[in-house]
Design a protein around this ligand. Sequence first.
Ligand code: ZN
Length: 139
Amino acid sequence: MATAEHVHSADYPHFRALLEESRGRLQSELQEGGERRLASDRYSALAGEAPDAGDASVATEQADLRNAQIGRDVSELRAVEAAISRIDDGSYGICTRCATPIALPRLQANPAAERCIDCQAAYEKQFADRPAQPVTRSI
Ligand SMILES: [Zn+2]
C-alpha cells in the first residue's frame, strides 16, 4: 500500500488543471452545438410546413447524430465536474465503488475516471450484458 502508485493531494493541482481544461473544451463544444441547433431550428421554421421527405429524413439523421454527440459531451462533462468536486472534497483518485486508490497511470490516461480498473471492467460488463436496461435483481 505504501508503495502503491496512486494520487496524493500534492498531485491534485496537476489533475485539476487537466480537468478544468477538459471542462472548458466540453462547455464550448456544447455551446457551439446548441447554437447550431438553434440556427437549424430557425431554418426549419423558414423552410415551411411541407419539407421534401428526403430532406426531412436527412435532417432527422443529422439531428440524431448531433444529439448523440451532445449526449456524449454532456456525460463527459458530468464526469469531469464530478472529478473536480472529488478534488474539492479530497476523495479524488479513490474508486467510488470499492474505495481503493485508482492506479496513477489510469488517472493519467483518464483524469475523470471514478472507478479502479477492476470496478470499471465489472461496470462495463454489467451494462454490456443488459444494454439500456435498469439493473434489477430478481433473485
Ligand atoms: Zn474499485
